[in-house]
Every structure is written in structure tokens, then in C-alpha cells.
Design a protein around this ligand. Structure first.
Ligand code: ZN
Length: 297
């Protein structure tokens, strides 16, 4: 075992379960498990999520995957301010990009996000089993990325969707599906204003498949998952691939590649002009801005 691998192994032994995994009746329930931080996604959580999805993909007993979040919120997005924020740590990569840690300039963040954000989301989008996002409370920025890689989004009435990162001087999150998930005019509004979009409004645009009272969310998702699980595995895989194929023909993949580079132009610009990738908008500043805006909404 190389020195680096050893570090990774030791680190993962110490890590809490940021993600839990449970299989029942052909359905893998994959739950984000950092409710104390509104399921903010650090890189170790994303690593555990990838491991859970890989396990579900390889297990013939699993027909359908549900992705949910413990606690009040589905996910507050990428971890930009908890004590377990880990962009400086070694991580296991799923693509052939190299280690970001000792790199400088624009390279460091570019390499990190190629693998850790864009790369992982694309890998999950291509996982050939149906995925259902079960969304309650906030589904914010990086949270959208997780919901969007799923086939269906089932949301509770208290759920809301938001991408406020234009405040950080960047044009939306790394997995840029905004204008495919929503009509372009609405995607512009989501990004430019960065407001909370209530689940009922997202439902009107077809971004949400079912809208249910909070107390019925799990039950409704279980019902849909059971129905899908009764279908043929290969047929399900091809169906998911077919829709992915159509979306890519409509330009989703190319648009995302183009915007990913604008996103990194913005990170680099911020770094040059403010000395900070996100123009000094950390977790505290973002939380305050969001709270003030929600109060006026
Ligand atoms: Zn970024």
C-alpha cells in the first residue's frame, strides 16, 4: 500500500457515516446523513455517496435507488463552512484527474471540481438504475446537482429549490442543468435572483414529479419505487439511458461543458480580484444574504 493510500484508508476508518445505505424489497435507500449541517456536502460525503451508488449498481437485488436526506433539509449544497470542510484533504478520485492538493493558480480548483463535482454527477447520471430524489426542506445549489441526476423528483410541500451562487460571482453550480430542468426564462430568474423556488412552482414547470405533504413523503416515494422495482432490470437501464441520450442530443452535455469553463473563469477572476474563489462569500455571508432575501420574499 502506498503512503497516500494508507492515509486514505486511515481517514475513511475515522470518518462518520455521512451517508447511510439500506436495501429493502429491491430498493436501495441512500440517505445523506449530516442533518446537523443540513446535509452540506463535503468531499468525504460525496465519496461515500459514490460508494453507496456503486454498491447499489452492482447488487442484483437492487432495482431502484432512492436518494434522500436525513433531517429538515435535503441538502444545503457544497460544504463551504462546517468544521468538517475537507477541500484540503486527500480524496479518492473516480476519474483519471490528478491530485489537486499541491497545485496552484486556476489548476487546483479546476482539477478538484472536474472530478469531485462535474465528474461524479455525470457518473451518477449514467448509473443504469432508476433513481428517485426524495426532497424535503432546502435543496440548494449543490443539492440541486444531486436531485437533478435522479430520474424522478418527489418533493414535500415544504421543499424549495435555490441556486444563490451568482452572489459568489459564479454563473450557477458546476453541474449546469438549470436551463434543461426549467424553461430558460425561469432558469434565468432562478439564477439572477437566486430566490427560493417553492416546490409547488417547480412542480408547475415539471421539475418536480409529485408534490406530497411532508408526512407522506417517504410513503409516496416507497410506493413509486416499489412500482418501478417490479419492471425488468435491463428495460429500466435502457429507459434511463434513452432519456439521457435524448437530453444529450438536445445539447445538455455540451452546454454543461461550456458553462463549466465559464464557472472556472469566474473562480479564477474572483481569485485575482478578491483573493478568494467565491468573492469572499463564505457560509456565514451566504446564510445571512439568503435569510434576508427570504424574509423579503
Ligand atoms: Zn466551483
Amino acid at each position: 500500500m502506498s503512503a497516500e493510500n494508507q492515509v486514505l484508508a486511515e481517514t475513511s476508518e475515522r470518518d462518520p457515516d455521512y451517508v447511510t445505505y439500506d436495501v429493502r424489497d429491491g430498493v436501495a435507500w441512500v440517505m445523506l446523513n449530516r442533518p446537523q449541517y443540513s446535509n452540506a456536502q463535503n468531499y468525504r460525503l460525496l465519496g461515500q455517496l459514490d460508494a453507496a451508488f456503486k454498491r447499489a449498481a452492482e447488487d442484483d437485488a437492487v432495482k431502484v435507488i432512492v436518494l434522500g436526506g436525513e433531517g429538515k433539509h435535503f441538502s444545503a449544497g457544497h460544504d463551504i463552512g462546517t468544521p468538517e470542510k475537507d477541500g484540503h484533504m486527500a480524496r479518492e478520485r473516480t476519474s483519471l484527474w490528478w491530485d489537486h492538493r499541491d497545485k496552484t493558480g486556476a489548476e487546483r480548483q479546476y482539477v478538484l471540481e472536474q472530478d469531485g463535482y462535474l465528474g461524479l454527477c455525470r457518473r451518477w447520471q449514467e448509473l443504469p438504475k432508476p433513481m428517485i430524489a426524495m426532497v424535503q426542506g432546502g435543496c440548494i445549489a449543490g443539492g440541486l446537482m444531486l436531485a437533478w441526476v435522479c430520474d424522478l423528483i418527489v418533493a414535500s410541500e415544504d421543499a424549495f429549490f435555490q441556486d444563490p451562487v451568482v452572489r459568489m460571482g459564479v454563473p450557477g453550480v458546476e453541474y449546469f442543468a438549470h436551463a434543461f430542468e426549467l424553461p430558460p426564462r425561469v432558469a434565468r430568474e432562478l439564477l439572477l435572483l437566486g430566490e427560493r423556488m417553492p416546490a409547488a412552482r417547480a412542480y408547475q414547470f415539471g421539475m418536480v414529479n409529485r408534490l406530497v405533504p411532508r408526512e407522506n413523503l417517504r410513503e409516496e416515494v416507497a410506493k413509486i419505487a416499489a412500482e418501478i422495482a417490479s419492471r425488468d432490470r435491463f428495460g429500466l437501464a435502457l429507459t434511463r439511458q434513452a432519456i439521457n441520450f435524448v437530453e444529450d442530443l438536445r445539447g445538455k452535455r455540451q452546454a454543461m461543458d461550456g458553462v463549466f469553463h465559464m464557472h472556472h473563469l469566474a473562480h479564477a477572476h474572483n481569485q485575482l480580484t478578491t483573493g478568494n474563489l467565491v468573492a469572499g462569500m463564505g457560509a456565514k455571508e451566504m446564510a445571512k444574504a439568503n435569510k434576508d432575501q427570504a424574509a423579503g420574499q
